[in-house]
Design a protein around this ligand. Structure first.
Ligand SMILES: C[S@@+](CC[C@H](N)C(=O)[O-])C[C@H]1O[C@@H](n2cnc3c(N)ncnc32)[C@H](O)[C@@H]1O
Length: 273
């Protein structure tokens, strides 16, 4: 057993604190997984027990900075270019195009963008459709480390595994043993740090025509999903669309949004009133 083992009791209060601050839910079966992430962090910071670490995170004036670092270690940033592309194509070809034709400037938000591959894919597809300059594209994540990577714009094999053949050379330029996103594409995305469970942070971004919140709700409990989706619904303009991951569904929640299916992809539309 390690010097700072995670007992069921301390697991309960630490996982509760993490869920309260980030939404990320750890059930009793996740104790070993959470211990694996917390123990090295607590040891590195010189704590003799995870209970001491808990008190620090709960009450110390330095807690916010420590929690931000801990979040970087806890979150799963798995993502890649052109992931679940069908929904992105429809969002651009149908919703964004309609708004631009009507003389509007659509606002699009990728609400858990990890290391940036999703909003950068959107920027590439918007560019291909001649719409890149006609929209505002905001992307956010809770993880400062993931956002630093996104701003750096360098990607390697794991992120590039589903790249269509015409993309390399067009929007991604070979650099070392990876690829760098072309400057015009990178500059089109406004990266921000936003915690989805902090409703004031979500509200401060204003309203959007398209919100993508993909492959993050799976880490939250149903109660958290309900309150995050309510905040995202408030962040939609009338007729705006919320897009979640292909394996996520909002049908069991009372979101007030109307589900529509197009070419196998699901969209949740805000009423036009
Ligand atoms: C698996 S990635 C999904 C990336 C991308 N949306 C995709 O579908 O490929 C999940 C992301 O959610 C972020 N995340 C987790 N909790 C969050 C929260 N409370 N607020 C904002 N982002 C959060 C993580 O930092 C991580 O980058």
């Amino acid at each position: 057993m390690s010097a700072v083992a995670l007992s069921p009791q301390v697991f309960s209060i630490l996982s509760g604190l993490i869920e309260e601050r980030t939404g990320i839910h750890y059930g009793p079966d996740d104790r070993a997984l959470l211990a694996e992430k917390l123990e090295p962090r607590a040891l590195e910071r010189g704590f003799e027990s995870l209970l001491d670490y808990y008190y620090y995170l709960r009450y110390d004036p330095g807690a916010a900075a420590e929690l931000a670092q801990l979040v970087d270690a806890l979150v799963v940033n798995e993502t890649y270019f052109f992931r679940e592309r069908a929904a992105l194509d429809i969002a651009i070809d149908v919703f964004v195009t309609e708004l631009v034709r009507a003389g509007m400037r659509p606002r699009i938000w990728c609400a858990a963008c990890a290391t940036g591959e999703e909003p950068l894919t959107l920027a590439m597809l918007l560019d291909a459709a001649g719409l890149l300059d006609a929209v505002t594209l905001v992307a956010s994540d809770i993880s400062g480390k993931a956002l630093a990577h996104a701003r750096e714009g360098m990607y390697f094999r794991r992120s590039l595994r589903a790249l269509p053949p015409d993309v390399a050379g067009r929007w991604l330029v070979p650099a070392g043993n990876g690829m760098r996103v072309e400057r015009r594409i990178a500059q089109a995305v406004d990266f921000r740090r936003v915690n989805l469970v902090e409703q004031a942070e979500v509200a401060a971004l204003g309203q959007f025509d398209v919100v993508l919140c993909r492959n993050v709700l799976i880490y939250f409990s149903d109660t958290t999903v309900e309150s995050v989706v309510a905040a995202l619904a408030r962040a939609l303009r009338p007729k705006g669309r919320l897009i979640v991951g292909a394996s996520e569904s909002l049908l069991r929640f009372e979101s007030g949004l109307i589900c529509e299916e197009r070419a196998g992809a699901f969209f949740y539309r805000k009423d036009d009133k």
